[in-house]
Design a protein around this ligand. Structure first.
Ligand SMILES: CC(C)(COP(=O)(O)OP(=O)(O)OC[C@H]1O[C@@H](n2cnc3c(N)ncnc32)[C@H](O)[C@@H]1OP(=O)(O)O)[C@@H](O)C(=O)NCCC(=O)NCCS
Length: 178
């Protein structure tokens, strides 16, 4: 999808050649979002594990998992990761799709890129036969806690996320398709 805003943004499915830049972008947004008290080993290890080019290449090769990137002038500025058939105990539907990541580089936030990536994620979830798309948000991320409800997502309850050996409180949101 292409749209005209202040700058032209293109959203497209990631290709294996994107793995290196996607990894660095992922680390940058991950640290901006989750390293709110600075960097400790658990955060450093989680970032390096999750966003190595090898890990991202595996994600791209995983059936039912899709990465959509947002690009401006041949530079990656954001991405969304969607996985089909992802169950959660707060959602009794094995066909549900999960938005596993929605990351926009900080300097490109507030320009409609998160919105465009979310639209794309929802489109791919529907095309994959999912009746809903769900996402979890860390309770220490107020911007994202406000973003999903304004995009039509319902709060379904608290959940937890394990980062290395740490447990963090998250909130689960879902949008049910018509
Ligand atoms: C949360 C995040 C994904 C939001 O993305 P963003 O690019 O900053 O948000 P956008 O600019 O697309 O959207 C902002 C607003 O414009 C609106 N908007 C933008 N384009 C629009 C369009 N074409 N039509 C209608 N509404 C539009 C959105 O609805 C939204 O409205 P709001 O102010 O009521 O929330 C982004 O801030 C981010 O990546 N943060 C860091 C990582 C993170 O926290 N990810 C989420 C983890 S769960």
């Amino acid at each position: 999808m292409t749209f005209n805003g202040p700058t032209q943004v293109i959203t497209r499915i990631a290709s294996p050649e994107d793995a290196l830049s996607l990894g660095l972008l992922g680390i940058q947004v991950f640290l901006d979002t989750y390293a709110t008290e600075g960097v400790r080993d658990s955060i450093a290890q989680a970032a390096l594990d999750a966003f190595s080019p090898a890990t991202l290449s595996n994600v791209m090769a995983t059936p039912g998992t899709l990465l959509v990137v947002a690009e401006i002038n041949h530079h990656l500025v954001g991405f969304a990761q969607i996985a089909l058939h992802t169950e959660h105990n707060l959602i009794a539907n094995s066909n549900a799709a999960q938005l596993q990541r929605l990351y926009v580089q900080e300097r490109f936030t507030g320009k409609g890129i998160g919105f465009a990536l979310l639209q794309s994620a929802e489109r791919h979830a529907r095309l994959g036969g999912a009746p809903l798309l769900w996402a979890t948000v860390w309770v220490g991320n107020p911007r994202a806690l406000g973003f999903y409800p304004r995009q039509g997502y319902e709060y379904l309850g608290p959940t937890s996320y394990t980062l290395q050996n740490e447990t963090h409180e998250n909130a689960l949101f879902a949008k049910f398709f018509e």
